[in-house]
Every structure is written in C-alpha cells, then in structure tokens.
Design a protein around this ligand. Structure first.
Ligand SMILES: C[S@@+](CC[C@H](N)C(=O)[O-])C[C@H]1O[C@@H](n2cnc3c(N)ncnc32)[C@H](O)[C@@H]1O
Length: 173
C-alpha cells in the first residue's frame, strides 16, 4: 500500500465528492442519507453533521445512502456499509473509495466479498477542497464506487458503465 493510502487524518480526509458523481446517482436513485456529510455539504435529503452530535459510524442508517468517508478511516466505514446494507431500513449503500485492491483489510475483507457492483472510474477523480470549493486535485491512486445491498436502478448501472469499468459480484469469483 502506498504512503498516500495510509495518510494521516490531517491530509485529504475532508476532500469533497465532485458533483458529477453524487448528482448522477441522486438523479436516478434518490439519495436519502449522507452519513458522513461535510460541514457545508448537501448530498441527499438527510445530511447530519458530526458537530450536531451525529456519528455515522455509530448510528443506524436509512434509505439510499451515499458514503465518501475519510480515506484514513476507510476500513471502518466499509465495514459499516456492509453491516448497514443488511438492515431492512437501508435500500442500498454507495461507497466511494480508493481502488486499492491490494489492501487486504479493506478490499479483501469488505469490498470483494460484499459489493454487488464496483465501478473503477476511468482516469483520476478530482475531488473538491472544502475550504475553497475549488478542485483540490487528484490522489495518486484511482477511485472506485461500490454498491452494497439491493441492485441499483438500471440507469445507475449504465452510468457506472459509461464513466468507468463496471464489475459485478459474480465476476469476482
Ligand atoms: C471525505 S469527506 C466527504 C464529505 C461529503 N460527504 C462529500 O462526499 O463530499 C468525509 C467527511 O466525513 C466526516 N466525518 C468524519 N468522521 C465522521 C463520523 N464519525 N460521523 C460522521 N461524519 C464523519 C468529516 O467531517 C468529513 O467532512
């Protein structure tokens, strides 16, 4: 694993998702909850903030969820995504993450056995700096979008296939 993937909490943990990703999902699948919202982000209908006492790793989720967790805590968030996707109040969970298939405790423990679909984005995703609202840059690794829980609408799958390489769970085995 590269040093950047093991980065400390001060680094890129707060980089925001570019609109083109969450708006495409929202358009076709109506995101309800962002369990790790930024201080000024409005992804989905419910975006509770840590400063209000909400802890997305502790509390229960609901509906269609979109998750772009702090990179440095991706293992805990991936585990939580898998757990929440099995609950009846959760329809499905989209998780944006580094595409680090070599990371055993992340990819091999939580992504590979549980993701119904994974999209490996073509090229590097450019994230947004929460301080400026401008492009923050790209990490030196690629990004992937995973779906846990019920299958998403066909339009979402078509979009995932358009913007990257779409892999279904059956192909992992
Ligand atoms: C990579 S940013 C993503 C922000 C936004 N969801 C987006 O996609 O643009 C991760 C966010 O998770 C929040 N966060 C970190 N730990 C959290 C926790 N335990 N519960 C809820 N939010 C948390 C941070 O405040 C940070 O803004």
């Amino acid at each position: 694993m590269s040093e950047e993937m093991q980065q400390s909490k001060t680094d890129k943990d707060d980089w925001l998702t570019p609109k083109w990703i969450y708006e495409s999902i929202d358009q076709h699948d109506g995101i309800y909850l962002d369990p790790c919202a930024g201080e000024d982000t409005y992804i989905g209908e419910a975006n509770p903030r840590p400063r209000s006492g909400w802890d997305g790793l502790e509390y229960e989720w609901e509906g269609v969820c979109f998750v772009n967790p702090p990179f440095s805590e991706k293992v805990a968030w991936a585990e939580k995504c898998v757990e929440e996707a099995q609950r009846s109040r959760v329809e499905r969970v989209y998780l944006l993450s580094p595409d680090c298939a070599s990371h055993k405790s992340f990819w091999h423990a939580w992504i590979e056995p549980h993701a119904q679909f994974t999209c490996f984005f073509e090229g590097r995703v450019k994230y947004v700096d929460p301080a400026t609202g401008e492009e923050a840059g790209s990490p030196s690794f690629g990004s992937a979008l995973h779906v846990f829980g019920d299958s998403p609408p066909t339009q979402v799958l078509r979009w995932m296939d358009d913007v990257g390489d779409l892999v279904t769970r059956g192909l992992f085995f």
